[in-house]
Design a protein around this ligand. Structure first.
Ligand SMILES: [Zn+2]
Length: 127
């Protein structure tokens, strides 16, 4: 076998591997883009699922009744909301503030009247 033939074969082989690598890179980029498209579409579905969930929870809040399959989840949301409100109360305590029971505005803890609606606040006597 002539040396020249081997070099030609080697050169062809390198070129073929290189073009196959380029092809693989192109494929990889194309697939990555398509997977990204799938992720975008899946996010849209998640948003719609969340909308369905919010509608069901709103119905549960209104009627205190929904399909049995959803009650468990609605009650879990109730518990989480309760937890959040406890945490919010802790934040107010740290800030030395309270919420006016009539209008819901934040007041300093020692306020006797609400500065927004004028509602007389319950004052706790110091013991
Ligand atoms: Zn008020």
């Amino acid at each position: 076998m002539p040396i020249h033939y081997n070099f030609t074969k080697l050169k062809d082989s390198i070129e073929s591997n290189a073009s196959s690598a380029v092809k693989k890179t192109g494929e990889f980029i194309e697939i990555s883009k398509l997977n990204l498209d799938i992720s975008c579409e899946e996010k849209k579905i998640d948003v719609l699922y969340a909308k369905i969930g919010k509608k069901i929870y709103a119905q549960y809040m209104k009627d205190r009744f929904v399909n049995n399959n959803f009650i468990k989840y609605c009650k879990e949301i109730d518990e989480i909301k309760y937890k959040i409100s406890s945490i919010e109360k802790k934040i107010l305590k740290v800030q030395n503030k309270k919420i006016c029971p009539l209008c819901g505005n934040e007041l300093t803890k020692n306020a006797v009247y609400c500065e927004h609606c004028g509602f007389k606040q319950k004052t706790r006597k110091k013991s």
